[in-house]
Design a protein around this ligand. Structure first.
Ligand code: CP
Length: 311
C-alpha cells in the first residue's frame, strides 16, 4: 500500500498529477455534477485526535463526493479518554474495513506509525509540528489557479514557522514544483534545522514583500508557545503582521494566503484577510478538490498512482 505522509513523498510528476486531477474535479463540480461514482464500495475513515474545522469537513466532503462510505472518528467522546492507545483505536477501526485512513494527531510521526499497523492507505491530515501535506497541495492548487505555473514564483511564508506543519509541507512541495520560497520569522520562531530546508530565510518582512508573488501568513500557535519564544502580541504584529500599510506595498498581482484558523489583528489585519486579493475562503473550497484528487489517486485504481510505501 502507498501512503501520503509527507509532501516529500511526492515526485514532481506525482504532485502535478494531483494538481491536474484536482483541476479536472473542480471543473466537474463547476458543471453542477456534485457526485462521482469513483470510490463506490470503498471506505474512508477520518481519524481525528486533534481539533479541526476545515480539514475534517473537507476530507468528509471529498470522500462523499467520490461516493465512498465515510466513518468519522473523533478522539473526544471515544475510548481514547479511557486510555486506549492509537494502535488499538486504529485496529478497531480497521476491523470495520478501511481502504483509506485520514489521520490528524498531536504527535509528529503518528501517521507513519499508523501506516505500519493498518492495511489501508494512510493520509496525514496534520501531525504535531511535522507536516500537513494536503494543506500544501490545496495551497499550491490555489496559487496555480490564481497565478499559473509556479516555476520561479516567489513565495513568502511569514510567522510561526517553528510550530507550523503547514510551513514545512509547503516548503517541500513548492520546492518540488520549482518555486522560490522565503521564510520570514523572528529567529526564536524558526526550527534549529532550518539550514537544511530548501528555502531562504529573512528577518525583514518589509524588504521581502514587494518582491513576492504570494504572501502566506501563518497562525501564531499560542497553544504550543513557550513565553520565551514570543515577545508580546503587539510587538509581534508590529514586526511580522500583515497590516493595511504593508499590504499596500505588495505588487499588484500578489495574493495573500492563510491556512486558517486566523488570529485576526495578530498575524493579519481583518481588512487584509477580507480583501479580494486574499484567497483564504478559496483555499477552503479548493481543499475539497485537492483532497478528492488525493483520495482518487490513492484509492481509486487497482494500483495507487501516488504516494510512498512505508516498510
Ligand atoms: N488549515 C487547517 O488545517 O485548518 P483546520 O485545523 O481547521 O483543519
Amino acid at each position: 500500500k502507498r501512503h501520503l505522509i509527507s509532501a516529500a513523498d511526492l515526485s514532481r510528476d506525482e504532485a502535478l498529477l494531483i494538481l491536474d486531477t484536482a483541476e479536472e474535479l473542480a471543473q466537474v463540480a463547476d458543471r453542477s455534477i456534485k457526485k462521482l461514482p469513483t470510490l463506490r464500495g470503498r471506505t474512508v475513515v477520518n481519524l481525528f485526535f486533534e481539533d479541526s474545522t476545515r480539514t475534517r469537513i473537507s476530507f468528509e466532503a471529498a470522500a462523499k463526493r467520490l461516493s465512498a462510505d465515510v466513518i468519522n472518528f473523533s478522539a473526544k467522546g471515544s475510548s481514547v479518554s479511557k486510555g486506549e492507545s492509537l494502535k488499538d483505536t486504529a485496529l478497531t477501526l480497521e476491523a470495520m474495513g478501511a481502504d483509506g485512513v485520514v489521520i490528524r494527531h498531536g504527535a509528529s510521526g503518528a501517521p507513519h506509525r499508523l501506516a505500519t499497523w493498518v492495511r489501508g492507505s494512510v493520509i496525514n491530515a496534520g501531525d504535531g509540528t511535522h507536516e500537513h501535506p494536503t494543506q500544501a497541495l490545496l495551497d499550491a492548487f490555489t496559487m496555480r489557479r490564481r497565478l499559473g505555473d509556479l516555476e520561479g514564483r516567489k513565495i513568502t511564508i511569514v510567522g510561526d514557522v517553528l510550530h507550523s506543519r503547514v510551513a514545512r509541507s509547503n516548503v517541500l512541495l513548492l520546492h518540488t514544483l520549482g518555486a522560490d520560497v522565503t521564510l520570514v520569522a523572528p529567529p526564536t520562531l524558526l526550527p534549529v534545522a532550518i539550514g537544511s530546508w530548501p528555502c531562504s530565510v529573512s528577518y525583514d518582512l518589509d524588504a521581502v514583500l514587494p518582491k513576492s508573488d504570494v504572501v502566506m501568513m501563518l497562525r501564531v500557535q499560542q497553544e504550543r508557545m513557550n513565553a520565551a519564544y514570543f515577545p508580546t502580541v503587539r510587538e509581534y504584529s508590529r514586526r511580522y503582521g500583515l497590516d493595511a500599510e504593508r499590504f499596500a506595498r505588495l505588487s499588484d498581482h500578489a495574493i495573500v494566503m492563510h491556512p486558517g484558523p486566523m488570529n485576526r489583528g495578530v498575524e493579519i489585519a481583518a481588512e487584509v484577510a477580507d480583501s479580494p486579493r486574499s484567497t483564504i475562503v478559496e483555499q477552503v473550497a479548493n481543499g475539497v478538490s485537492a483532497r478528492m484528487a488525493v483520495l482518487y489517486l490513492l484509492l481509486g485504481g487497482s494500483e495507487p498512482a501516488i504516494g510512498k510505501e512505508v516498510p
